[in-house]
Write a protein that binds this ligand. Structure first.
Ligand code: CU
Length: 292
Protein backbone atom coordinates (compact mmCIF):
# COMPACT_ATOMS: atom_id res chain seq x y z
CA UNK A 1 0.00 0.00 0.00
CA UNK A 2 2.76 2.33 1.02
CA UNK A 3 4.54 1.75 -2.22
CA UNK A 4 1.38 2.55 -4.18
CA UNK A 5 0.83 5.78 -2.29
CA UNK A 6 4.37 7.05 -2.75
CA UNK A 7 4.20 6.06 -6.42
CA UNK A 8 1.01 8.11 -6.87
CA UNK A 9 2.54 11.00 -4.97
CA UNK A 10 5.64 10.92 -7.11
CA UNK A 11 3.47 10.85 -10.22
CA UNK A 12 1.46 13.84 -9.01
CA UNK A 13 4.64 15.78 -8.22
CA UNK A 14 6.09 14.88 -11.61
CA UNK A 15 2.85 16.02 -13.25
CA UNK A 16 2.87 19.36 -11.43
CA UNK A 17 6.55 19.81 -12.27
CA UNK A 18 5.86 19.08 -15.94
CA UNK A 19 2.93 21.52 -15.96
CA UNK A 20 5.04 24.19 -14.28
CA UNK A 21 7.89 23.57 -16.73
CA UNK A 22 5.41 23.90 -19.61
CA UNK A 23 3.78 27.05 -18.27
CA UNK A 24 7.04 28.77 -17.40
CA UNK A 25 9.25 27.42 -20.16
CA UNK A 26 10.44 29.94 -22.66
CA UNK A 27 11.21 27.41 -25.36
CA UNK A 28 7.61 26.36 -25.91
CA UNK A 29 6.75 29.90 -26.93
CA UNK A 30 10.11 31.04 -28.21
CA UNK A 31 9.08 31.79 -31.76
CA UNK A 32 5.63 33.22 -31.09
CA UNK A 33 5.52 36.21 -28.79
CA UNK A 34 1.92 36.74 -27.89
CA UNK A 35 -0.48 36.34 -24.94
CA UNK A 36 -1.02 32.72 -23.98
CA UNK A 37 -3.75 30.81 -22.20
CA UNK A 38 -3.74 31.16 -18.40
CA UNK A 39 -0.97 33.74 -18.56
CA UNK A 40 -0.22 35.63 -15.38
CA UNK A 41 1.88 38.75 -15.51
CA UNK A 42 3.68 40.18 -18.49
CA UNK A 43 4.82 38.51 -21.66
CA UNK A 44 8.45 37.44 -21.47
CA UNK A 45 10.80 40.37 -22.04
CA UNK A 46 12.66 40.53 -25.35
CA UNK A 47 14.42 43.87 -24.86
CA UNK A 48 16.60 45.31 -22.08
CA UNK A 49 13.94 47.95 -21.36
CA UNK A 50 11.17 45.37 -20.92
CA UNK A 51 13.46 43.35 -18.66
CA UNK A 52 13.93 46.42 -16.44
CA UNK A 53 10.20 47.18 -16.56
CA UNK A 54 9.41 43.64 -15.41
CA UNK A 55 11.94 43.80 -12.56
CA UNK A 56 10.59 47.20 -11.47
CA UNK A 57 7.03 45.87 -11.57
CA UNK A 58 7.97 42.82 -9.48
CA UNK A 59 9.84 45.00 -6.99
CA UNK A 60 6.83 47.33 -6.62
CA UNK A 61 4.47 44.40 -6.20
CA UNK A 62 6.57 43.04 -3.31
CA UNK A 63 6.82 46.50 -1.74
CA UNK A 64 3.03 47.09 -2.05
CA UNK A 65 2.33 43.69 -0.55
CA UNK A 66 4.59 44.29 2.45
CA UNK A 67 3.08 47.77 3.10
CA UNK A 68 -0.49 46.47 2.72
CA UNK A 69 0.11 43.52 5.06
CA UNK A 70 1.78 45.80 7.62
CA UNK A 71 -1.11 48.30 7.61
CA UNK A 72 -3.67 45.50 7.72
CA UNK A 73 -1.80 43.92 10.64
CA UNK A 74 -1.87 47.24 12.52
CA UNK A 75 -5.61 47.64 11.89
CA UNK A 76 -6.37 44.13 13.09
CA UNK A 77 -4.17 44.65 16.17
CA UNK A 78 -5.88 47.95 17.04
CA UNK A 79 -9.35 46.49 16.52
CA UNK A 80 -8.64 43.52 18.79
CA UNK A 81 -6.43 45.11 21.43
CA UNK A 82 -8.18 48.46 21.86
CA UNK A 83 -11.86 47.75 21.38
CA UNK A 84 -14.26 48.71 24.18
CA UNK A 85 -14.32 45.27 25.77
CA UNK A 86 -10.56 44.67 25.77
CA UNK A 87 -9.65 48.24 26.71
CA UNK A 88 -12.52 49.86 28.67
CA UNK A 89 -10.44 52.81 29.88
CA UNK A 90 -8.75 54.37 26.84
CA UNK A 91 -5.51 56.29 27.22
CA UNK A 92 -5.67 60.04 26.64
CA UNK A 93 -2.25 60.21 24.95
CA UNK A 94 -2.45 62.41 21.85
CA UNK A 95 1.18 62.96 20.79
CA UNK A 96 4.28 60.86 20.49
CA UNK A 97 7.20 62.72 18.93
CA UNK A 98 9.29 59.72 17.93
CA UNK A 99 6.32 57.92 16.40
CA UNK A 100 5.29 61.01 14.45
CA UNK A 101 8.79 61.44 13.05
CA UNK A 102 8.87 57.74 12.14
CA UNK A 103 5.56 57.74 10.27
CA UNK A 104 6.67 60.78 8.30
CA UNK A 105 10.22 59.67 7.51
CA UNK A 106 9.53 56.00 6.69
CA UNK A 107 7.03 56.76 3.85
CA UNK A 108 9.46 59.37 2.47
CA UNK A 109 12.22 56.75 2.43
CA UNK A 110 9.89 54.27 0.72
CA UNK A 111 9.09 56.87 -1.98
CA UNK A 112 12.80 57.56 -2.50
CA UNK A 113 13.45 53.84 -2.85
CA UNK A 114 10.73 53.76 -5.55
CA UNK A 115 11.82 56.99 -7.25
CA UNK A 116 15.43 56.01 -7.88
CA UNK A 117 14.81 52.93 -10.09
CA UNK A 118 11.74 54.65 -11.58
CA UNK A 119 13.75 57.62 -12.85
CA UNK A 120 16.59 55.38 -13.96
CA UNK A 121 14.10 53.43 -16.09
CA UNK A 122 12.49 56.59 -17.45
CA UNK A 123 15.88 57.95 -18.52
CA UNK A 124 16.79 54.61 -20.12
CA UNK A 125 13.59 54.71 -22.17
CA UNK A 126 14.33 58.23 -23.43
CA UNK A 127 18.06 57.74 -23.88
CA UNK A 128 18.05 56.90 -27.57
CA UNK A 129 21.04 54.89 -28.73
CA UNK A 130 22.23 55.52 -32.31
CA UNK A 131 19.68 54.06 -34.72
CA UNK A 132 20.63 51.10 -36.90
CA UNK A 133 17.22 50.99 -38.56
CA UNK A 134 14.41 53.54 -38.51
CA UNK A 135 10.81 52.52 -39.10
CA UNK A 136 7.88 54.89 -39.30
CA UNK A 137 4.54 53.57 -38.07
CA UNK A 138 1.44 55.45 -39.17
CA UNK A 139 -1.92 54.63 -37.62
CA UNK A 140 -4.97 54.60 -39.88
CA UNK A 141 -8.58 53.62 -39.22
CA UNK A 142 -8.01 50.63 -38.99
CA UNK A 143 -4.62 49.37 -40.05
CA UNK A 144 -0.99 50.43 -39.84
CA UNK A 145 1.19 51.83 -42.57
CA UNK A 146 4.94 51.35 -42.26
CA UNK A 147 7.73 53.28 -43.91
CA UNK A 148 11.44 52.50 -44.02
CA UNK A 149 12.86 55.96 -44.79
CA UNK A 150 16.48 54.72 -44.76
CA UNK A 151 15.83 51.89 -47.17
CA UNK A 152 14.57 53.22 -50.48
CA UNK A 153 11.56 54.84 -48.79
CA UNK A 154 9.61 51.62 -48.70
CA UNK A 155 5.95 51.96 -47.75
CA UNK A 156 3.50 49.20 -47.06
CA UNK A 157 0.25 48.60 -45.18
CA UNK A 158 -0.19 45.98 -42.49
CA UNK A 159 -3.80 44.84 -42.41
CA UNK A 160 -5.24 42.15 -40.12
CA UNK A 161 -5.52 38.64 -41.52
CA UNK A 162 -9.22 37.74 -41.35
CA UNK A 163 -10.18 34.51 -39.55
CA UNK A 164 -10.98 32.66 -42.75
CA UNK A 165 -7.61 33.58 -44.29
CA UNK A 166 -5.42 32.50 -41.35
CA UNK A 167 -2.54 30.25 -42.32
CA UNK A 168 -1.27 27.57 -39.87
CA UNK A 169 0.75 29.22 -37.09
CA UNK A 170 -0.82 32.63 -37.56
CA UNK A 171 -2.53 33.75 -34.34
CA UNK A 172 -6.11 34.98 -34.64
CA UNK A 173 -6.61 38.76 -34.31
CA UNK A 174 -2.84 39.31 -34.18
CA UNK A 175 -1.49 38.31 -37.61
CA UNK A 176 -1.08 40.91 -40.35
CA UNK A 177 -0.66 40.51 -44.10
CA UNK A 178 2.70 42.35 -44.02
CA UNK A 179 4.94 42.12 -40.95
CA UNK A 180 7.55 44.70 -40.07
CA UNK A 181 10.93 43.00 -40.31
CA UNK A 182 13.90 44.20 -38.26
CA UNK A 183 17.33 42.73 -37.45
CA UNK A 184 18.03 41.18 -34.04
CA UNK A 185 20.32 42.95 -31.52
CA UNK A 186 20.10 46.25 -33.40
CA UNK A 187 18.74 49.59 -32.24
CA UNK A 188 15.45 50.21 -33.99
CA UNK A 189 13.98 53.68 -33.83
CA UNK A 190 10.24 53.85 -34.42
CA UNK A 191 8.65 57.13 -35.47
CA UNK A 192 4.97 57.00 -34.63
CA UNK A 193 2.16 59.15 -35.98
CA UNK A 194 -1.43 58.86 -37.24
CA UNK A 195 -3.46 60.14 -40.16
CA UNK A 196 -6.95 60.30 -38.66
CA UNK A 197 -7.49 59.73 -34.93
CA UNK A 198 -5.39 58.69 -31.93
CA UNK A 199 -3.96 55.19 -32.14
CA UNK A 200 -1.24 53.56 -30.06
CA UNK A 201 1.68 51.45 -31.24
CA UNK A 202 2.26 48.74 -28.63
CA UNK A 203 4.42 45.63 -28.49
CA UNK A 204 4.31 44.18 -24.95
CA UNK A 205 7.46 42.02 -25.20
CA UNK A 206 9.48 45.09 -26.23
CA UNK A 207 8.09 47.29 -23.43
CA UNK A 208 6.95 49.79 -26.06
CA UNK A 209 3.63 51.65 -25.91
CA UNK A 210 3.44 55.01 -27.65
CA UNK A 211 0.46 57.11 -28.72
CA UNK A 212 0.11 57.79 -32.43
CA UNK A 213 -1.09 61.39 -32.66
CA UNK A 214 -2.20 63.05 -35.92
CA UNK A 215 0.14 65.92 -36.81
CA UNK A 216 2.87 64.80 -34.43
CA UNK A 217 5.73 62.36 -34.62
CA UNK A 218 6.61 60.61 -31.38
CA UNK A 219 9.70 58.50 -31.25
CA UNK A 220 10.54 55.34 -29.36
CA UNK A 221 13.17 52.65 -29.67
CA UNK A 222 13.74 48.99 -28.96
CA UNK A 223 16.55 46.49 -29.21
CA UNK A 224 15.15 43.00 -29.59
CA UNK A 225 17.55 40.39 -28.26
CA UNK A 226 15.60 37.40 -29.49
CA UNK A 227 14.34 36.35 -32.89
CA UNK A 228 10.73 35.48 -33.61
CA UNK A 229 7.48 37.19 -34.41
CA UNK A 230 6.30 39.66 -31.78
CA UNK A 231 2.66 40.65 -31.63
CA UNK A 232 0.93 43.72 -30.27
CA UNK A 233 -2.29 45.63 -30.78
CA UNK A 234 -3.43 49.21 -31.17
CA UNK A 235 -3.87 50.31 -27.55
CA UNK A 236 -5.85 53.52 -27.89
CA UNK A 237 -9.60 53.35 -28.54
CA UNK A 238 -9.72 54.54 -32.12
CA UNK A 239 -13.07 53.50 -33.54
CA UNK A 240 -15.19 50.59 -34.70
CA UNK A 241 -12.32 48.29 -35.63
CA UNK A 242 -9.90 49.30 -32.91
CA UNK A 243 -9.51 45.66 -31.91
CA UNK A 244 -8.65 44.63 -35.45
CA UNK A 245 -5.47 46.56 -36.23
CA UNK A 246 -2.73 44.34 -34.80
CA UNK A 247 1.02 44.88 -34.93
CA UNK A 248 3.38 42.10 -35.99
CA UNK A 249 7.14 42.57 -35.83
CA UNK A 250 9.41 39.83 -37.19
CA UNK A 251 12.87 39.94 -35.64
CA UNK A 252 15.39 38.08 -37.80
CA UNK A 253 19.16 37.62 -38.20
CA UNK A 254 21.21 40.17 -40.15
CA UNK A 255 21.42 37.84 -43.17
CA UNK A 256 17.68 37.22 -43.23
CA UNK A 257 17.07 40.95 -42.87
CA UNK A 258 19.34 41.72 -45.83
CA UNK A 259 17.50 39.09 -47.86
CA UNK A 260 14.11 40.51 -46.88
CA UNK A 261 15.25 44.05 -47.77
CA UNK A 262 16.12 43.02 -51.33
CA UNK A 263 12.72 41.41 -51.80
CA UNK A 264 10.79 44.13 -49.96
CA UNK A 265 12.42 46.95 -51.93
CA UNK A 266 11.23 45.38 -55.17
CA UNK A 267 7.75 45.01 -53.78
CA UNK A 268 7.29 48.18 -51.72
CA UNK A 269 9.82 50.82 -52.73
CA UNK A 270 7.85 52.01 -55.71
CA UNK A 271 4.50 51.77 -53.96
CA UNK A 272 2.36 54.91 -54.03
CA UNK A 273 2.54 57.11 -50.92
CA UNK A 274 0.41 56.21 -47.92
CA UNK A 275 -2.12 58.95 -48.58
CA UNK A 276 -3.81 57.27 -51.51
CA UNK A 277 -7.32 57.62 -50.15
CA UNK A 278 -7.20 54.17 -48.56
CA UNK A 279 -8.24 55.52 -45.20
CA UNK A 280 -11.59 56.32 -46.75
CA UNK A 281 -12.00 52.87 -48.20
CA UNK A 282 -12.58 49.60 -46.41
CA UNK A 283 -9.27 47.91 -45.73
CA UNK A 284 -10.81 44.50 -45.24
CA UNK A 285 -13.73 42.45 -46.50
CA UNK A 286 -15.19 42.22 -43.00
CA UNK A 287 -15.32 45.98 -42.65
CA UNK A 288 -16.98 46.22 -46.06
CA UNK A 289 -19.64 43.85 -44.73
CA UNK A 290 -20.06 45.89 -41.56
CA UNK A 291 -20.47 49.08 -43.52
CA UNK A 292 -23.18 47.68 -45.74
CU1 CU B 1 -6.07 52.26 -33.58
Amino acid sequence: MRHGFSGGGAKAIAGIAALAAFLFSTNAWAELWQPRNWQLGFQEAATPIMRQLTLFHDFLLILCTVVTLFVMGLLVYVALRFNENANPKPSTTSHHTLLEIAWTVVPILILVVIAVPSFRLLFAQYDFPKADVTVKAIGNQWYWTYEYPDNGNMTFDAVIVEDEDLKPGQPRLLATDNDIVVPVNKNIHVLITATDVLHNWTVPAFGVKVDAVPGRVIRTWFRAEKTGTFYGQCSELCGGRHAFMPIAVRVVSDQEYAKWLVKAKMEFASAPPADDGKSLQSPSPRLAQLEK
